[in-house]
Design a protein around this ligand. Structure first.
Ligand code: ACO
Length: 403
């Protein structure tokens, strides 16, 4: 029997930090209101040159380093995101190219804040079925680009970042032991980016009415989350044959501290066994659980054979959970680390060579028209355009050290 173990983890948070006081200078809100209602104090905001792909690549490299796995060993890359760099190609393909993962299939998965748990489940199933041996699962978001910075009911909640795990097949019991995926599309209007898809393409009117930004019925989403979180956790615990007192760490989606506390109460899990970092990062949607897992492992809150429950919930509506037995860390050799670093440089050369070859082929056998990618500069912004993210505080030294 095959098992899918998590053997590496990594995270990336942009340098720029936005405090509640920064927000209070932009909209009618206060540090007190945000902390009391959500538990959030700061969130990280992507710099103009950063995108979901660039943050995914940084988190992926950290996870591959931790796992001691080189990109050429990857069979599969899934990026869970609601804020891909483009409608297509998939952000996962940009990650595949940057890593030089020449033997990997790559696709994006759209299940909003539940996306990482959905993706983990897909990858683990493929490994358990013997169709893949090593998979990279990423949750990454640049939510700051789809937020209406004039809407106080949503702009205070979200942040940017990326987290990644490497999964590998083994005959040793452990790893991802049970999963649950659920959806209820009747609540699709409760949390939605109305425009930008084929139903409502971008027009000047759409942009003026801010329909390309995130809209949320907070109270309804709160009610939905409170209903499903503990039930989903209970179901995967049951499938794994665990009781709640056997759980070592509960890692819920970081959307609201009050939701997390009420789920922990319903599950009879003391808050010491609940991982919370919402205070620092806000809601990073699909990135929140992998960032939390990486941080828990780095800070020693996750040890070998610990029993972990993760639960995500969000737009769709979707929710998902998994029961994981934490795996032995890999012994990582310095020489393999150096080789891996060199392979990233080679991946860039390989990518450029392939583009050049394609252009040459086009000159020799094709129409000779310039390829459309030349319209898009490397940082992903449209030509002449700069992303206008609001001004934010630089992290203090203490904050930077605490990360
Ligand atoms: N600052 C000050 N006042 C505010 C703010 C703000 N930032 N936002 C709203 N208010 C006001 C409202 O206008 C309202 O005023 P009123 O009573 O005069 O009408 C009052 O505060 C209370 O508003 P509520 O919406 O009832 O506040 P609530 O306690 O429900 O908290 C919140 C709002 C934090 C959004 C909460 O509903 C929540 O966390 N919901 C869940 C969100 C979530 O989990 N999303 C996850 C999925 S995300 C994804 O999938 C991408």
């Amino acid at each position: 029997m095959r098992y899918a173990h998590i053997i590496g983890w990594g995270k990336y948070l942009p340098q720029r930090v936005m405090t509640n006081d920064d927000l209070a200078r932009m909209v009618d809100t206060s540090d007190g209101w945000i902390r009391e209602r959500t538990g959030i104090r700061t969130r990280h905001i992507a710099a103009d040159h950063e995108t979901t792909a660039s943050m995914s690549i940084a988190a992926a490299r950290a996870a591959l380093d931790r796992a001691g796995v080189s990109p050429s060993e990857l069979d599969l890359i899934i990026v869970a995101t609601a804020t891909p760099d483009h409608i297509f190609p998939a952000t996962a393909c940009l990650v595949q190219d940057a890593l030089g993962a020449a033997h990997a299939g790559a696709f994006d998965l759209s299940a909003a804040c539940s996306g990482f748990v959905y993706a983990l489940s897909m990858a683990a199933d493929r490994i358990r079925a013997g169709n893949a041996n090593t998979a990279l699962v990423i949750g990454a978001e640049t939510l700051s680009r789809i937020i209406n910075w004039n809407d106080r009911s949503t702009c205070v909640l979200f942040g940017d970042g990326a987290g990644a795990v490497v999964l590998q097949g083994s005959d040793q019991p452990g790893g991802v032991l049970s999963t649950l995926l659920r959806a209820d599309g009747s609540g699709s209007d409760l949390l939605i980016v109305p425009a930008g898809g084929c139903k409502l393409p971008l027009t000047l009117e759409v942009l003026t009415r801010q329909l390309h930004t995130l809209h949320m019925n907070g109270r309804e989403v709160y009610r939905f989350a409170s209903r499903v979180l503990d039930r989903a956790a209970r179901e995967v615990m049951h499938k794994a044959g665990w009781t709640s007192d056997q759980v070592d760490l509960f890692v819920p989606h970081q959307a609201n501290l009050r939701i997390i506390e009420s789920a922990a109460r319903a599950l009879n899990i003391p808050m010491e066994k609940v991982f919370c970092n919402i205070e620092h990062y806000g809601n990073t949607s699909a990135a929140s659980i992998p960032i939390a897992l990486a941080e828990a492992a780095e800070s020693g809150r996750l040890r070998v054979r610990d029993r972990v429950i993760i639960v995500g919930f969000g737009a769709g509506l979707t929710w998902a959970a998994a029961a994981i037995e934490w795996s032995e860390p890999q012994a990582v050799s310095r020489s393999r680390w150096v080789l891996r670093r060199m392979s990233y440089g080679l991946a860039g050369v390989r990518s450029r060579a392939r583009r050049l070859l394609r252009r040459l082929e086009d000159r020799l056998f094709g129409s000779g028209d310039p390829p459309p990618t030349t319209l898009i500069p490397k940082n992903g912004a449209a030509q002449g355009e700069r992303h206008s993210t609001p001004s934010v505080s630089e992290p203090s030294q203490a904050e930077a050290q605490a990360r």
